[in-house]
Design a protein around this ligand. Structure first.
Ligand SMILES: [Zn+2]
Ligand SMILES: [Zn+2]
Length: 365
């Protein structure tokens, strides 16, 4: 890729003003409208515009000077930004190349639609197929989408000949520049509806209830947003449909705490179990159970990691782990027998518990 300073023909320490002046000069020389019939002109012009876009922005220029790569280096990656520059320089109404500004006047893409889906953690772990209902713009069933009352048809706009757009020629410092604008008579539609459909008031689209079966992949998390391309509202005229966004909400589960793809389960053990070892069943997220061997002398806070028993990784292979975190619970409500046993134990181990107080009579365990 050519060096931006070389493209503009300025030195590396050129001031912002020098860069601006130079771009203005080059833009006039290389603009395709000033070079009719030269297919390379547009490519050269874009190169210059892109170099200017970077070097005219102090932060991006500094990054470029440091050798940082940005924007993927695709000359055609930022067409909207290019149009913006042209507008700044040459004012709005500048011809451009028929992208960016003009795209807005053509057929409009349908609106995006959002739906919230509630899942349990188990459903998030296995993936689930859900029927959802939502409201989205659809073709008007009465007029079939053309906006004209039944029995009538839209007529072709005579002003623009049905194209929806009109070309005008303007004289600028570049010479004659063709500008394409929406036809003001049909407002870009290319046709005129003399008698609008009463159902959609001539828009051709109405809100309608829809049903759809959505496949939720295993491993989704609370807040995961799934995009179903083209499942949103229908577009205006021949515009493409919008997208449907399914926002996943995963309900809290009192057995598991999710940490990324890992799950944490809290396991409470008695003092004797922790000291002597035990076997415990531990729930698994998909509804199964597994047995865990707690070895002798397990301390409170010990974490047993059960590999690949966590959540599946969304759209990847493998699973997270299940972390079983032990809490050894100290008995609080000792019966007289239990207290006697503990005191014997303390004596054997040389521990020094506080002397017994006179206690109210307790039930014995
Ligand atoms: Zn209609
Ligand atoms: Zn028209």
């Amino acid at each position: 890729m050519a060096d931006y300073y070389d493209v503009l023909g300025v030195s590396r320490d050129a001031t912002a003003d020098e860069i601006k002046k130079r771009f203005r000069q080059l833009a006039r020389e290389t603009h395709p409208d000033a070079n009719p019939g030269d297919p390379n002109a547009e490519v050269r012009f874009r190169e210059i515009a892109q170099a200017y876009e970077v070097l005219s922005d102090p932060q991006r220029r500094a990054a470029y000077d440091r050798g940082e790569v940005f924007g993927g280096g695709d000359l055609f990656s930022n067409v909207a930004g290019l149009d913006e520059i042209l507008q700044q320089f040459f004012g709005s109404g500048f011809g451009g190349f028929g992208f960016g500004t003009r795209a807005r006047s053509g057929p409009q893409r349908g609106p995006d639609v959002g739906v919230v889906l509630e899942l349990t953690l188990a459903e998030a772990a296995t993936g689930v197929s859900r029927d959802i209902r939502f409201s989205a713009l659809g073709r008007c069933p009465v007029c079939g989408g053309n906006g004209a009352a039944p029995g009538t048809t839209p007529v072709r706009c005579s002003t623009c000949g049905g194209r929806g757009q009109v070309q005008t020629s303007r004289n600028t410092f570049l010479g004659a520049v063709m500008t394409v604008t929406d036809c003001s008579v049909c407002r870009g539609r290319g046709e005129i509806i003399e008698e609008p459909c009463s159902e959609c008031r001539g828009h051709g689209r109405v809100d309608a209830e829809r049903e759809l079966t959505v496949e939720i992949p295993a491993g989704v998390d609370d807040g995961t947003r799934l995009r179903l391309s083209g499942r949103g509202g229908v577009g205006d005229r021949s515009g493409p449909p919008g997208d449907l966004y399914v926002q996943v909400h995963v309900a809290a589960d009192d057995r598991f705490e999710r940490i990324g793809d890992d799950l944490r389960h809290h396991l409470v053990l008695g003092m004797a179990e922790a000291a002597l070892g035990t076997k415990r069943t531990v729930p698994l997220v998909d509804g199964e159970e597994t047995e865990i061997d707690v070895p002798r002398g397990t301390q409170s806070g010990t974490v047993f990691r059960m590999a690949r028993q966590g959540m599946p990784r969304l759209r990847r292979r493998g699973r997270g782990d299940l972390l079983v975190e032990v809490e050894v619970r100290t008995p609080e409500d000792l019966s007289d027998d239990e207290e006697a046993l503990l005191r014997s134990l303390a004596e054997l181990r040389g521990e020094q518990p506080i002397e017994p107080r006179r206690r109210r009579k307790r039930r014995s365990g």
